[in-house]
Design a protein. Structure first.
Length: 167
């Protein structure tokens, strides 16, 4: 038996923008189906939002994305990735994680990890994701990797970018 896992990200009405951004960074094809395409009335506030979205790149990057119904109003108070402690979407993301004394301190239930074979490979992803991001740990050599960095992107997703260590 073979299984695959794909990270499924939930957004407050920004799934399409996030998928387009991730496509710029990783390449590949975006697939998106709206609530309206599945029968929501055209005048519904959620009709244009994504109910099933995803990105798949030839290099193997995959992510799914979804807009939480009723959350497109940034003042709705929905507790989702990309919201600050007051429940409002912020232009500069709250990192959700920080480094202190060589440790990662966080309130996030997960990080999205991208691991490559070379520093050059992951540097390109880092540079793309860092546009508008809160940098938690700059991409640099670490005790466990030739390259490690952590950031929270402008959509509130915290990423760990690293190079696989040689064994």
């Amino acid at each position: 038996m073979t299984i695959t896992t794909t990270t499924h990200l939930n957004f407050p009405g920004t799934a399409r923008a996030a998928l387009d951004f991730y496509q710029e960074v990783f390449g590949g094809q975006v697939q998106a189906t709206t609530y309206g395409q599945l029968g929501a009335p055209a005048d519904s506030p959620d009709a244009a939002l994504i109910v099933f979205g995803g990105l798949t790149s030839p290099e193997g990057f995959r992510v799914m994305a979804y807009d939480i119904p009723g959350s497109a109003d940034p003042n709705s108070g929905a507790s989702v990735a990309g919201n600050d402690d007051a429940g409002t979407t912020s232009a500069t993301p709250s990192p959700g994680a920080r480094r202190e004394y060589g440790m990662t301190i966080t309130d996030r239930p997960f990080f999205l990890s991208v691991r490559g074979e070379t520093l050059a490979e992951v540097t390109a992803y880092w540079e793309g994701l860092s546009a508008g991001a809160a940098i938690i740990e700059p991409l640099a050599a670490s005790a466990w990797s030739p390259g490690f960095g952590m950031l929270t992107d402008r959509f509130g997703v915290t990423w760990v970018i690293d190079v696989a260590a040689e064994h």
